[in-house]
Ligand binder design. Structure first.
Ligand code: NAD
Length: 289
């Protein structure tokens, strides 16, 4: 019997790569329900699987902010069960906090936090009743330590940590394992889809010069990091596979296999002072700290 996997956010990036990898698995162990908000974007996924996997791949519409669309997708799962739920849909936001509108901040939380939580909610009762299941969530190192100009994104990803850790404690009693796959920078459409304040934007005219010059430094740092240190989605998929194939999956996986030094610093130096200085130095190259 195939393992039924349902993945959110499969029109690009990590979700797309994971769907392709599982649907193409030579063992044919997986039946993949690749879901996406906008079915008009399904060509990329279909091209990537080269049409060979009609029996292992199904594409469904699902907007994680729309409960009815989650329920509709659930009802289209012909096996009437999901063994592995992958909550992956997410969107980034960058810019000085002063310019973020309440609506745009709400949107980030709607997708990243409530989108993830309500997806889990919809599948949870059935998973409990069937007595087994896996919930895998694409986490971010931005959910473990703060990043300047990413306040709302980090808030959404920190919140997911809390929700997932809380659930993990409970769900082990139902033979359901929750795992977070903590990613650093990944080459995906993340930077294209992100809500980002651009330096020339009219909205930035109200922002003070010091913030703007720090934001410029941040943007340079960010593009350097994505150029030099970003992982490919295939690398992330390998970590998902580790978690999926493990009999006793960990709660947290780091995609570089170890906890990045800065994340470690945040954990070991619990008063936070060293982390804040180190991060500031790395991003803004502060000479005086
Ligand atoms: P991506 O933009 O390529 O993929 C995100 C997908 O989520 C897109 O296909 C998008 O259409 C989808 N999505 C957005 N809103 C949605 C909604 N309301 N309903 C359903 N789907 C929706 O970027 P990615 O890097 O593949 O992102 C996947 C996950 O990885 C996200 O949760 C992101 O926060 C996380 N992540 C990414 C990075 C990175 O550097 N790329 C780092 C850490 C964590």
């Amino acid at each position: 019997e195939k393992k039924v996997v349902l993945i959110t956010g499969c029109s690009s990036g990590i979700g797309l790569s994971l769907a392709v990898r599982l649907a193409s698995d030579t063992s044919k162990t997986f039946k993949v329900y690749a879901t996406m908000r906008n079915l008009a974007k399904k060509e990329r996924l279909l091209e990537s699987v080269k049409g060979l996997h009609r029996d292992t791949l199904e594409i469904l519409q699902m907007d994680v902010t729309d409960r009815q669309s989650i329920l509709n997708a659930r009802d289209k799962v012909v096996e009437k069960r999901v063994d592995i739920l992958v909550c992956n849909a997410g969107v980034g936001m960058m810019g000085p906090l002063e310019v973020q509108s309440l609506d745009s901040m709400r949107h980030i939380l709607e997708v990243n936090l409530f989108g993830t939580i309500q997806t889990i909610q919809v599948f949870l009762s059935k998973m409990k009743a069937q007595g087994h299941g896996r919930i895998l969530v694409t986490g971010s190192t931005g959910g473990l330590h703060g990043l300047p100009f990413n306040e709302v994104y980090c808030a959404s990803k920190f919140a997911i940590e809390g929700a997932c850790e809380s659930l993990a404690v409970l769900l082990q009693h139902f033979n359901i394992q929750v795992s977070l796959i903590e990613c650093g920078p990944v080459n995906s459409d993340f930077l294209i889809n992100l809500q980002k304040a651009e330096l020339g934007d009219a909205s930035l005219q109200q922002v003070d010069d010091q913030t703007l010059s720090l934001y410029e430094k941040y943007l340079q740092h960010c593009s350097m990091v994505f150029q030099n240190a970003a992982q490919d989605t295939e690398d992330i998929v390998k970590v998902f596979l580790d978690a999926i194939h493990s009999a006793n999956p960990a709660f947290r996986y780091f995609t570089n296999s170890v906890m990045p030094p800065l994340t470690k610093l945040k954990v070991t130096e619990s008063d936070g002072v060293k982390y804040i200085k180190a991060m500031s130095k790395i991003i803004f190259a502060d000479e005086d700290q």
